[in-house]
Structures are given as C-alpha cells and as structure tokens.
Design a protein around this ligand. Sequence first.
Ligand SMILES: [Zn+2]
Length: 266
Amino acid sequence: MRSLFFIFALSLSLTSHALTDSRVPGGVALIEVTEDEQPRFRDQPVLTVLRDGQHVAVVGIPLSLKPGNYYLETVNRRIPFEVTGKRYLEQRIYLDNTRQVNPNPLDLERIKKEATRQRGVLNAHNGSLDQIELILPVEGPISSPFGKRRFFNDQPRRPHSGTDIAAPIGTPLQAAAAGRIALVGDFFFNGRLVIIDHGEGLKTMYNHMDQIEVSEGDQVSQGQRIGTVGATGRVTGPHLHFGVIINGASVDPALFVDAINRLPGN
Ligand SMILES: [Zn+2]
C-alpha cells in the first residue's frame, strides 16, 4: 500500500513538475528503463521514477564530464546516450582573504578531510525517495547561478556547483524536501553546512549558514526550518549556496526547483 502510494506520488510530481531532459554537464538525462534494471552511471546507482507508467532513470551528469558518448549500465544492457557541451558564463571573484584562494598547508589538510567526508555523504545511495519535486529553501535574488566557470583573484577554480540565493543573515531556511540530515559541519570553503539525504541518491546541500537547527540523523519534512542564512566560509556576502546532487553529481538546482527560474537575477 505504502509503495503504491509512493509510485502514485512520484508520477504525480513528475507530471506536475516538468523535470526536463538536459544532456549537458550539470544536467540530467531522462532514460527509459524497465522495472528492476538497476541502472548505474559511472559506478553509481541511478535513481528511477515512474512517469506515466514508464520507469525513467534520472541520470545526473557531472559538471566536469567531457561531452561525448556515454552508457547507462543496467543489469542486462548498456543504453547509449550523448552528452553535448554547454558553455557556462565566467565569473571573477576577488577576495581580500587570500588564504581562501591559496590555503596554507594546514588549511589544505583540513580541506582534504572535509572533501572526503562530503564525498562519502554525497555518493551514498540509501533509502527510498519520497518525492523528486523540491521547493525553494529561501526567497531572494540569484547572486550566482549554477555552472559558472570561476576565477578567484584571477586564478581558475572549480565551476559553481550550486545556485547562490542572496538573503540577509538570519533569514530562515527550509528543507527542499523530506529526508534525513546526513551531514552537519563547519567547512573551510562551504562554511556551516547541512546535507539532506532524500533517498535513492538524491541530496540537497545548504552552505554558508549562520545558525544550524538540526543534527545528523534527524528526519525532516519538506518545508521544515533547518537554520538560517549566513556568511560563513568562502563568501563575499550573505547568501545560501543551494546544491542538488544525484548519483554523486552536482546538477542544476533549477531543473528540480521550478521556482528558481522565477527568481530575479537568474
Ligand atoms: Zn555558491
């Protein structure tokens, strides 16, 4: 009964929210599969949803992936698909705190540990997914969209893996969907952060927070307050860095949160 309800809810959310096929780095490929095919992409299990009676794999395509031909692997076949290039805009950020651009050896040790911990959480694939439709964690203008190619003090760094939404320090943040708090931390670059695991490899990430009001292991519901906007970590002003991760890949949150497309500055 419970699984029937989930299937019904998923098909509802996919038809009401147009999750679109976007086969570019940072996008998602929607690929039809049969039940129990257990699709995988680059050694990561891929989440599937039921849409109009058809099982569909929602494949997260990493921003770092080179355009070309790839395969979705299933238990009995390989399904080819093509990833085409996307030219994201460039962003130049200037920071007075040069340690945030060229960290010292002690910082680098810390950054490495944090990256390993974060990677472990983001790659996890546990539990069943309740809903694929996400809500906006906070309202505000977009101060930096997803995917921008970044230069800090003119030095190239990794592209922007989330959407930045500007809001004053202390503005409440809400969970984009129901899930389990998988990580709470205070990281060198990300500042105070929360990662929510929504099941089947779907995660959302909230960086640069001021107050964190949840603990690891807590179950949260969609829209539940998890803390407040801050300016912790590597920032030039208060904002939420909101990330959406599936099968270990950071993808464009605007694909999952329709409301992002209506925020000013996008
Ligand atoms: Zn950001």
